[in-house]
Write a protein that binds this ligand. Structure first.
Ligand code: HSE
Length: 434
């Protein structure tokens, strides 16, 4: 039997259920990385009898917070209920009882950061909060570990999926603000109180957490300027487009050599800026670091699975810190590493750009397309440049294929290469389609 870590989880909403699912699905993988099997044994939710779509076998469910907090077997508490009152009690009590905590609660960490981080420091408690900022993007870990030798001078980004979804729908689909918000709620992106999303408050919570980490301090949430997207009308989006801009809800923090800017507001972003390409519920965070320079992380910032990915990564971090171990170089425990094979290039499947240099004669195209067809390669488009000036000059025929096996393409090209009208070797470039 592998060793286990016993977990109590507060909240069985969209994210809570995803965390239970992810621990079931990836439990053995986590065991292979840490030597410890994570097991959720208890859950606390306001409505314990509500049917859930996730499998709750072997998980005892209650409405009483002490059901988890008083259980000495539970080493790790995952807090996913949101809000500030009960959640704060859960964190402080867990710290006092020596339980590690993983939370996604950005409002709590932003508004009560001094109290929470102070209590964690005083008790030496382990506190993971990767899920509180930008869902599935491991931006906190990237700053804390990947940039631990750099001075961070700026952090900016799009870190509220709901408002970015609304602005994208208004801009690309002509959808109304109200309809787009309804869709975002149905897709599980929005906060329980969606004014937090559309008034820039949720994004401000996340920016404050980023500032605390990036600039190494405890900032006051009340000092952060926050303006949302409720005043943006379709005419503004159309006008911005006219001048080559997109409207995005931006969070921006700058270290001005010891004085700090921190603000959230809609902004016109040039259409060719990377941030302008961040659409739908996606988030992106861009960081200025003194030696690494400018870098950017992009991914899903809201929704059950991406947020649970961050929660479970923190859970792995807690297990490793309990064991006093740094992550193994290749993440898996060294004794679990086995040699693995890479498929031969012939086994890949892709779309292809093929440029044939051919003598412009009758029947050439028919022979090329037949050779491709014989290998089950389907053509998606084709173009031949203008006629050769003299019959002996080669012309270029470009063929795009649908998805095909590389080994079939190579077989067809080998056959075509023998044909007497081929003037130069055929060019093959793979099309990187999503
Ligand atoms: N309501 C948040 C958002 C969820 O839309 O980004 C993730 O924090």
């Amino acid at each position: 039997m592998p060793k286990e870590i016993k977990i109590g989880i507060f909240g069985l909403g969209t994210v809570g259920q995803s965390v239970v699912e992810q621990i079931r699905v990836n439990g053995l993988l986590i065991e292979a990385r840490t030597g410890i099997l994570p097991r959720v044994i208890k859950a606390v939710t306001a409505n314990p009898h509500k049917p859930r779509s996730v499998d709750l076998t072997d998980i005892e469910v209650s409405a009483d917070p002490n059901f988890i907090l008083d259980d000495p077997e539970i080493d790790l508490v995952i807090e996913l209920i949101g809000g500030c009152d009960l959640a704060k009690e859960i964190l402080l009590t867990s710290f006092a009882k020596g339980k590690a905590v993983v939370t996604a609660n950005k409002a709590l960490l932003a508004v009560h950061s001094r109290e929470i981080f102070g209590a964690a420091a005083k008790t030496g408690a382990r506190l993971g909060f990767e899920a509180s900022v930008a869902g599935g993007i491991p931006i906190l870990r990237m700053i804390r570990e990947g940039l631990s030798g750099d001075r961070i001078t700026g952090v900016s980004g799009i870190i509220n999926g709901t408002s970015n979804y609304i602005l994208t729908q208004m801009s690309e689909q002509g959808q109304s603000f109200a309809d787009a918000l309804k869709d975002a709620q149905a897709l599980g992106y929005a906060e329980a109180d969606p004014t937090f999303d559309v008034e820039g408050i949720d994004q401000a919570h996340k920016l404050l957490i980023l500032m605390n980490l990036a600039f190494g301090g405890l900032f006051s949430f009340d000092q952060l300027y926050a303006e949302g997207i409720t005043q943006i009308e379709s005419i503004d989006i159309a006008m911005a487009k006219e001048f080559g801009y997109k409207i995005k809800l931006l969070g921006k923090a700058i270290d001005r050599g010891g004085s700090y800017e921190g603000r959230v507001h809609p902004a016109l972003v040039p259409e060719d800026d990377l941030l302008a390409a961040v659409n739908g519920a996606f988030n992106a965070v861009s960081v200025e670091a003194d030696f690494a320079g400018h870098l950017m992380a992009y991914g899903r910032g809201a929704g059950g699975h991406p947020t649970s990915s961050a929660v479970v990564a923190d859970l792995v971090g807690v297990i490793r810190s309990f064991k006093g171990e740094a992550p193994p170089p290749l993440s898996l425990l060294p004794d679990r590493l086995v040699p693995k094979e890479i498929l031969p290039i012939g086994e890949i499947s892709s779309e292809y750009y093929l440029r044939f240099s051919v003598l412009d004669r009758v029947g050439v195209l028919a022979k090329i397309t037949r050779a491709l067809g014989d290998q089950n390669i389907s053509i998606s488009s084709m173009i031949q440049n203008e006629r050769a000036a003299k019959a002996k000059d080669a012309v270029d025929v470009v063929i795009f294929t649908h998805q095909a096996l590389e080994r079939d393409i190579r077989k067809a090209l080998e056959e075509i290469g023998q044909m007497d009208f081929i003037a130069r070797p055929t060019k093959l470039i793979r099309v990187d389609s999503p």
